[in-house]
Design a protein around this ligand. Structure first.
Ligand code: NAD
Length: 252
């Protein structure tokens, strides 16, 4: 069941940057903000999908490879300049590599941490500088995972990188609160996207659906709706939190 949009354009006039917005959860978040009146820039390495999604939502697309810190900083700056500033930053890009702890290599660890955590720090720094200079505060929403809270066999480096996302977000909330910036992370459960699709079986879907009291997996719209809430004025007094969007698979 996708989240439906009702009411007025909550984000009219707002400038939103969605990192990893070409598809999946980030794509749904970009679509949700656009549907509620925002101007949206998508950053992603997938040029075809990112350009298509940007056209669909009448937004902008900027190609970036988050593994490269210099590229990430430059492209984030370019996206913010194109919008004339940034009010809402969403970091949804991420990669998953599965494997037992005994087989995690330093190269895998570094790649996962570079994309899932270090690149997030870079886009947050660029956005925070702009938000602080703008003087009107801002909202940051970083996509972590339930893996950060409950672990997950074969998800060693991934789960650790997502725990880093939660910690980084809390530090941002502490350091930038005085500038009116809130920072929260989202911890999705199991959402049907391209991520993990290559190894997913019907049995996995059935098993994981059973872990939710709601009896189903998540949809991208489920996460987008909570992202929109966190970016709205209804969440002005909410910062430093790691919100589960797991259909009750995780309750702490
Ligand atoms: N799908 C799930 O079950 C699930 C669960 C918990 C958390 N998450 C998190 O949600 C976020 C979105 O994942 P998704 O499920 O939509 O997967 P997805 O693969 O569809 O989306 C990830 C996006 O990140 C982009 N990206 C990855 N590496 C990049 C790089 N080096 N440079 C630029 N862009 C890059 C991809 O191109 C893609 O558009 C991720 O951070 C993921 O870890 C997903």
């Amino acid at each position: 069941m996708a989240t439906t949009v009702t009411g007025t354009a909550r984000f009219a006039g707002k400038r939103v940057v969605v990192v990893g917005g070409a598809r999946g959860i980030g794509g749904a978040i970009a679509g949700r903000f656009s549907a509620e009146g925002a101007r949206v820039s998508i950053l992603d390495r997938l040029v075809d999908e990112g350009s298509r999604q940007a056209r669909l939502i009448d937004g902008h697309f900027h190609e970036v490879d988050l593994i490269d810190p210099t590229d990430t900083e430059a492209v984030a700056g370019e996206a913010i300049r194109t919008l004339g500033g940034v009010d809402i930053l969403v970091n949804s890009a991420g990669i998953l590599r599965l494997g037992p702890l005994l087989e995690v290599t330093v190269a895998d660890w570094n790649t996962i941490f570079s994309i899932n955590a270090r690149a997030m720090l870079t886009t947050m720094q660029v956005a925070a500088r702009s938000m602080i200079a703008g003087g009107s505060g801002g909202k940051m929403i970083n996509v972590a995972s339930m893996a950060a809270k409950k672990g997950g066999a074969n998800e060693g480096a991934y789960a650790a990188s997502k725990a880093a996302v939660i910690a980084l977000t809390r530090v941002a909330a502490l350091e930038w609160g005085e500038f009116g910036i809130t920072a929260n992370s989202l911890c999705p459960g199991y959402v049907l996207t391209e991520m993990g699709a290559e190894t997913r079986t019907d049995e996995d879907v059935k098993k994981w659906s059973g872990y939710s009291p709601l009896g189903r997996l998540g949809e991208t719209g489920d996460v987008a709706g909570v992202a929109a809430f966190l970016a709205s004025t209804d969440a002005d007094y909410l910062t430093g939190q790691a919100i589960n969007v797991t259909g009750g698979m995780v309750m702490h």
